[in-house]
Each structure stands twice: as C-alpha cells, then as structure tokens.
Ligand binder design. Structure first.
Ligand code: PLP
Length: 398
C-alpha cells in the first residue's frame, strides 16, 4: 500500500514540522555575510535569542546539531580530569555522559530508571558531601526526549545553592527550548545548550550556547583544546552582528521568523498550548489502556509522550504499520526502550486538530497492528481539551 497521499504527519519529538512562514522566510538568495544586510540579521537574531533563553547574557549560535552544542559547552568550561555530576534520565543524558568521558572528564552518573526527571535531592546530597568542591559542573538534560520526563531545573538550582556548591550548572534544553518554560538567568544556569529543530520550529542545523559570566570566566582558564567551538572567537565578531566564519545564513532567516512567531503568540501562551496538547495526549494513551512511561506527574513532558506497548507487542512493528496505513511518523524507542515504547511528539507548530489527527492515526494503527487496546482515545483527548478550554475561559473571564 502506498502511504504518500495527503499530508504527512511528522509527530516525532523533533525535528518538528517547519511552519509555512518559516519556510517562506528561508526561501531566499544568500547574501554577503560581511555586508550591512547580514549585520542587521545577525544583530536581530542574536538579540531575539536572548528573549527565548530568558537571558541578558550572550547567546552563541553555531552551525551544528545539538550534539555540537553539547561539545561546545564542555570544551569551553571544563578541563581533562575535572569531576562532573550527571543524572541518568535516559538515552540523551547517557550520550552526553559518554561524550564527557571522551573528553577525559571524570563523571559521577547518578543512576535513574528512565521514568522520571533528575532527582534534585540526590544532587543536593552528593554536592553537600563534596566538601573539597571537587565537582566542577552539574550537567542535566531538561527534557529527556527518550522518555518524556522533564526535570525541574529551578529545583536543581535550589539544590546546588542549598549545598553552597560552586559547581557550574550546564543544562541541555535541546528539546525544551521554546516549548517549556526555561529561565537561563533566573535559574543561574551557566551554559544552556540547545538547537534549532524542536521548539524553535526550524530545520536541523543550528546549535546554541547561552552562557553566564561565570561560564565565560571559566572559559578563560580551562585547559581543553578547542578552536571551532571557542566562545571568545565567536563573541568578538558577534558584538557587531557578524560571525568568525561563514554562518548558516538561510537558517538565520528562518530563525528570525520563528522568533517573531514565538513573540507574537507570547511565550507563556506557547507553553500553555504545549501543556494542553500533552495532557490531551496522556488522556488518549490512558483511554487506550496503555501506560505513560513517565511516572511522575510533575515531570510529565509538555513536548512528547512516550507510551509503553503491551507485553509481547513490538512498538517498531506498530510504528511501521501506522506509517504505511496513515502516513504518520511516530518516534522510536531508543536504546533500552527499543521496541518497548513509541513516542508521540506534540511540540512546536502543533495545534489541537493536528494532534487529534495524529491520535486518530495512532488508534487506527493500533487496530491495524492488532495491538490490544480500548477504542476511545481520540474522544478522551477531545473531552480533555474541551475541559481545559472551559477552565481557561473561566479564568480569563474572572
Ligand atoms: N539532547 C536531547 C535532549 C535530544 O533530544 C537530542 C536529539 O534529539 C540531542 C541531545 C542530540 O541533538 P542532535 O541530534 O541535534 O545532535
């Protein structure tokens, strides 16, 4: 059966669909990246990024994927042999930990069950024990894209402060920025790592580091060799809107448009929309009789929902059948979750009808794949959305 008719539903947790407006904004000739038109674009996007990261400090934009931005955070702030504290929230935290080891860092990896966010109390206890301040950094993934659990970054900041520990705080917001509230300055984050293809609604290709004064000071004395990723090399030309090498001009045009869209909707409204869509998705998953992987309600991800398959049923077979039947792409289970979960992305340029279409596709796919489930997930999601809209309307009227 062909599955190329009609709209493709890209409901993976990133890359997320690129809005028409952003595509049109990128559909332009490249320009002289040393000229005055580029300078205006550079100044505009560098300033616009500060609003989304909620920082008055510089935001650095690399032509890279999120993994490159991870590397930039490490090589600018840490030295081989430094001890760092990380939390096993899932696959992406595990990969960042592997990268840290490759750079010669000594990682203490707090174990986790891949069903909740990072444990602020465990971080506080580890830091409180560390009287000699041997930990140079705490490194956490904000939204663990492999599991659908969002760590409480504000609570982790408090944990570091309670332990009176001077460690740098490095946070991966690769799948949360622009979808979940994040406050670089207020939460005392030293390096915020992010990328373009999720909440920012762009194609893959831009990596970000938002940095603090403390991180910049650490970069002046740390011993890790670096060249391409060096912040100071970037900050000098950035001060006047330029880049030290050829920037990804076309993606920067897209970024300018995406930032405008986020400002027009208003970040708080964007975050509320993500919460609403996530809650409706969980209502659908439960109505089908499936289990949501994340077990901590205060850590349910507004970005994606991972659903556990019934025992003996392969999630990837179901995903394949859903793609063939409904032209709908769902996220695969990663690493130890392979075959056990499927992930529903509800981030970025998503609205109620797109989500309900995707949920209808899932319900259809579950039937087509012979996965035991109860019907009614879509109905439950509609009821959930209607209930939430009523609450919001009441609040707005008060
Ligand atoms: N960190 C998180 C939380 C992610 O979700 C991803 C990718 O999905 C990455 C890191 C890696 O980013 P990239 O694939 O852009 O290198």
């Amino acid at each position: 059966m062909s599955h190329s008719q009609g709209q493709h539903f890209l409901q993976i947790p990133g890359p997320s669909p690129v809005p028409e407006r952003v595509m049109r904004a990128m559909d332009r000739q490249v320009i002289d990246h040393r000229g005055p038109t580029f300078q205006k674009l550079g100044q505009d996007v560098l300033a616009g990024c500060q609003l989304v990261f909620k920082t008055k400090q510089p935001v650095i934009i690399f032509p890279s994927s999120g993994t490159g931005a991870w590397e930039a955070a490490i090589v600018n702030t840490l030295s081989p042999g430094d001890k760092v504290l990380m939390c096993e929230t899932g696959h992406f935290a595990t990969l960042w930990q592997q990268m840290a080891k490759r750079f010669g860092l000594e990682v203490e990896f707090l174990p986790g069950d891949w069903r909740r966010g990072a444990d602020a109390a465990a971080i506080e206890a580890k830091l409180a024990e560390d009287k000699t301040h041997s930990f140079k950094a705490v490194m956490v993934v904000h939204n663990e894209t492999s599991t659908g659990a969002t760590s409480r970054i504000g609570a982790i900041r408090k944990a570091i402060d309670n332990a009176k520990h001077p460690a740098l705080f490095l946070v991966d917001t690769i799948s949360s920025l622009g979808s979940v509230d994040f406050r670089h300055d207020e939460w005392g984050v030293d390096v915020t790592v992010s990328c373009s293809q999720k909440g920012l609604m762009l194609p893959p290709g831009l990596g970000f580091n938002a940095i603090s004064e403390k991180a910049r000071a650490a970069a002046k004395t740390n011993k890790m060799p670096r060249s391409y990723w060096d912040w100071e090399e970037m900050l000098k030309p950035n001060a006047s809107g330029f880049f030290p090498y050829t920037p990804a001009t076309t993606l920067l045009y897209g970024l300018q448009e995406a930032l405008a869209m986020l400002q027009e909707e208003g970040l708080d409204q964007v975050f509320r929309r993500h919460h609403r869509l996530a809650a409706a998705t969980r209502a659908a998953v439960r109505a089908w009789g499936l289990e949501v992987l994340c077990v901590e309600p205060s850590e349910y991800s507004p970005v994606l929902t991972a659903a556990l398959m019934p025992e003996g049923h392969d999630a990837d077979r179901f995903r394949k059948i859903t793609l063939e039947t409904c032209n709908l792409s769902l996220g695969t289970g990663l690493a130890k979750l392979a075959g056990k979960v499927f992930r529903i992305g509800h981030l970025g340029d998503c609205n109620e009808v797109v989500l309900l279409g995707a949920l209808a596709g899932i319900e259809r796919g579950l039937s087509a794949a012979g996965v035991p489930h109860k019907p009614g997930g879509v109905t439950a999601a509609i009821a959930d959305l209607a209930g939430r809209n009523d609450v919001e309307a009441t609040l707005a009227a008060e």
